[in-house]
Design a protein around this ligand. Structure first.
Ligand code: IDP
Length: 140
């Protein structure tokens, strides 16, 4: 149902430091349930397609390099107001501005290597989920 699912990525800086469990615990403690999860190493094509909206931004090339630098864990999260709930527990893009207790405040290394992605609208959540998962891989 719209509003109850969102899409998350645990980024390569977090998998490299073995923080998959720690990040997931933050999500679960925030009232989100992981209803699909897989560990992938994104190809450049996948990363470029996923971040196509940022194609014109000066950091696009570096962002693609970073997202393909190691494994990611892609997840579907379920919960009341899942998109906003996830954005709240993620914290601001720049960890220096992220509220205390948020994932990025606790774990992010930089504005780029900021440990997690989360969809920024319900519409984008559905598009991003479909990018990485088939419906039969999602078990609510
Ligand atoms: P969000 O992930 O908080 O939604 P966006 O503005 O959509 O933030 O940016 C997508 C991703 O691009 C960020 O999570 C971060 O990894 C990277 N990014 C954003 N701004 C910068 C920047 O100024 N320099 C380097 N990377 C950035």
């Amino acid at each position: 149902m719209a509003g109850n699912r969102t899409f998350s990525i645990i980024k390569p800086d977090a998998t490299r430091r073995n923080l998959t469990g720690a990040v997931t615990k933050k999500l679960e403690d925030a009232g989100l349930r992981v209803i699909a999860s897989k560990r992938i190493h994104m190809t450049r094509e996948q990363a470029e397609g996923f971040y196509a909206v940022h194609k014109e931004r000066p950091f696009f090339g570096e962002l693609v390099d970073f997202m393909t630098s190691g494994p990611c864990v892609v997840q579907v999260l379920e919960g009341e107001n899942a998109m906003q709930r996830n954005r709240d527990i993620m914290g601001a893009t720049n960890p220096a501005e992220a509220a205390p207790g948020t994932i990025r405040a606790e774990f992010a290394e930089s504005i780029e290597a900021n440990s997690v992605h989360g969809s920024d609208s319900d519409e984008n959540a559905e598009i991003e989920i479909a990018h990485f998962f088939t419906e039969d891989e999602i078990v609510g």
